[in-house]
Design a binder for this molecule. Structure first.
Ligand code: TYD
Length: 136
């Protein structure tokens, strides 16, 4: 199956409570990988974008814990845009997908779970190089 077809929105449990709602995520149960790392993107100035790379091995799950933003996925053949704006679902991104995040709302918070620890060697930061590799 093409990598792009494996990207998908995953809904998380939502425990509705008059004291405030609660959601959670567990490795293998809600995300299809072992969680090695979490990071988050915040204080994004208006009009800025993040990402602009792909990973050779790393898989990710991105949740808009606050506010909203767009995630643009590109597998080298086609593009798809996901608008994330709820804290009870997220976007699963398999390896070998070029991604960009833009259109951040004020005070948005992007929370990211990763399947590998940080390793710069895992990144494609050059789109043309990514495209050549993704077509192999
Ligand atoms: P990068 O992944 O390029 O950010 P984004 O895709 O959100 O635009 O990372 C930006 C910088 O932060 C880069 O110099 C590497 C560093 N970084 C780490 O040291 N550890 C991490 O887990 C992440 C995600 C980034």
């Amino acid at each position: 199956m093409a990598a792009m077809n494996k990207s998908r929105i995953i809904h998380l449990p939502k425990i509705i409570d008059s004291r405030g709602n609660l959601s959670f995520v567990e490795e293998y149960k809600h995300v299809p990988f072992k969680i090695e790392r979490a990071y988050w993107i915040y204080d994004v100035p208006g009009g800025e974008k993040r990402g602009g790379h792909a990973y050779r091995e790393n898989q990710e799950f991105i949740v808009a814990l606050s506010g909203s933003f767009d995630v643009i996925l590109d597998d080298g053949h086609s593009k798809v845009v996901y608008h994330l704006n709820r804290s009870y679902y997220g976007l699963y991104i398999p390896k070998m997908i070029w991604r960009e995040i833009n259109n951040f709302s004020t005070n948005s918070l992007a929370f990211v779970l990763s399947s590998t620890s940080y390793y710069e060697g895992d990144y494609f930061r050059d789109y043309d190089q990514f495209k050549i590799e993704s077509c192999k």
